[in-house]
Write a protein that binds this ligand. Structure first.
Ligand SMILES: *[C@@H]1O[C@H](CO)[C@@H](O)[C@H](O)[C@H]1NC(C)=O
Ligand SMILES: *[C@@H]1O[C@H](CO)[C@@H](O)[C@H](O)[C@H]1NC(C)=O
Length: 408
């Protein structure tokens, strides 16, 4: 228990403390810590593993029907599940709704599997849409490639793989294009994808998107913590795993306090009371995000790696992301200045980007997002605010779906 508190403190205290705590951890941390650390040192990527498998192949086949039903993330948690083999590992995709309905692809955030957007997806299907969701590499039932950084390139590849595995056409002349909607890290992923493939989209919806997070928002300590080389990977992995298992932060953060990365990741989780009323899976109404995430930390061999790699390399902040958004803004401005009746001008090329966010979001600060996104996109952005925090897509799913379905 002492170790547990030390570990949590470790992640939320200053970098200066860390120097004293790390040796302390080794000394007081008992053989359990050492065992975990040593085991991961010898069985980790050092041994040449390139794929960290999801619980799908190893854990599911041994379970009874009752155990299957009581999993925090059942195998058929959403309708239309399929597993698609790829050179990067297996990808879990869910797709359902009218085949001729307007299409929406939803991309989830850094911590949760795609079930976090299950409420939005069900509500979109109610409104006649066709929806697709997939688990990002290293989350839910998607494997994790261990030797590739979780950056724009990997995520764009994963989106294209998901689209091309559908029995119906999501791209091409007859497809009607699709709406791309991304939440948090998924918002950064969606913006980066749109900056390269705007012509594939009918609209772009960003829900509390990462990508333009100001450097000043992420504390110095967190950047040190998640940058490579300062600490053995396996020690870091162990510590992050402990912090993730601890779940959402209970005390509200003072406005002027800088968040560290560990705080940021738990913000995606709704409070326990909100988690109890939301229905993300209609087949399994009891499913909630905090327990699905806790289960994933324990049972997905690639999750901690995926989380850390996304923190380091993912589309969250920095000049490269700013340039990506600027490219998207320039594209939209150029489209708007062409006057023609070209069919291609329908949808994203002739539209603005829709940015939805919470008034009380502690990571994606509303005022900063509005200022920065307006500037970088050259004014090609429309905003909508909800009286909620960062978790709003998993609590206000009906409102979000109503907004998206009006874009068609
Ligand atoms: C539990 O689910 C897994 C994965 O869908 C399946 O392979 C297994 O056969 C199921 N167990 C039973 C008893 O149905
Ligand atoms: C999966 O995670 C849970 C904790 O949520 C743990 O109790 C269980 O032992 C894990 N299952 C396996 C097979 O590792």
């Amino acid at each position: 228990m002492a170790l547990y508190h030390q570990t949590v403190d470790f992640l939320s205290n200053s970098w200066a403390n860390h120097r004293t705590q790390l040796p302390l951890l080794a000394v007081t941390g008992a053989s359990f810590t050492l065992g975990v650390v040593l085991r991961s040192l010898f069985t980790g990527r050092e041994s040449g593993e390139t794929l960290l498998p999801s619980p799908r192949a190893k854990l599911l086949p041994g379970l009874s029907e009752a155990e299957n039903r009581s999993l925090p993330l059942p195998n058929d948690v959403l309708p239309g599940a399929r597993d698609v083999a790829s050179p990067y590992g297996s990808i879990r995709i869910y797709e359902w709704g009218r085949e001729d309905g307007p299409k929406v692809l939803l991309v989830h955030g850094i911590t949760t599997p795609c079930i976090a957007l299950g409420g939005v997806a069900h509500a979109l299907v109610d409104r006649g849409c066709r929806v697709m969701l997939f688990d990002l590499f290293g989350r839910g039932y998607s494997d994790c490639p261990a030797d590739l950084p979780q950056d724009d390139r990997l995520f764009a590849s994963q989106i294209l793989l998901a689209l091309s595995s559908s029995p119906i056409a999501w791209t091409g002349k007859e497809s009607g294009k699709f709406c791309l909607a991304g939440y948090s890290l998924g918002g950064g992923i969606a913006a980066a994808f749109a900056s390269y493939f705007p012509q594939l989209l009918s609209s772009l919806v960003l829900l509390a998107p990462a990508g333009l997070v100001r450097d000043s928002q992420i504390s110095f300590q967190s950047r040190l913590l998640y940058s490579r080389g300062l600490m053995p990977e396996s020690v870091l992995g162990y510590l992050v795993g402990r912090r993730l298992r601890a779940g959402p932060l209970v005390t509200p953060k003072p406005n002027n306090k800088k968040l560290n990365a560990a705080d940021a990741l738990t913000e995606e989780l709704p409070s326990q009371s909100a988690a109890e009323v939301q229905i993300l899976s209609r087949a399994y109404p009891h499913i909630n995000i905090p327990s699905a995430v806790a289960w994933q930390v324990n049972n997905h061999t690639g999750f901690v790696h995926a989380f850390m790699s996304s923190m380091r390399h993912g589309p969250i902040l920095g000049q490269r992301q700013w340039n990506t958004w600027a490219r998207l803004g320039e594209y939209l401005s150029a489209q708007n200045s062409i006057s023609s009746n070209d069919e291609d001008k329908k949808g994203l090329p002739n539209d603005k980007i829709h940015i939805l966010c919470g008034n009380n979001d502690a990571i994606i600060i509303k005022d900063e997002l509005v200022t920065d996104a307006t500037a970088v996109l050259g004014g090609n952005a429309i905003f909508k605010f909800y009286e909620a925090g960062h978790e709003f897509p998993s609590t206000k799913y009906d409102d979000v779906a109503a907004y998206i379905s009006k874009l068609f």
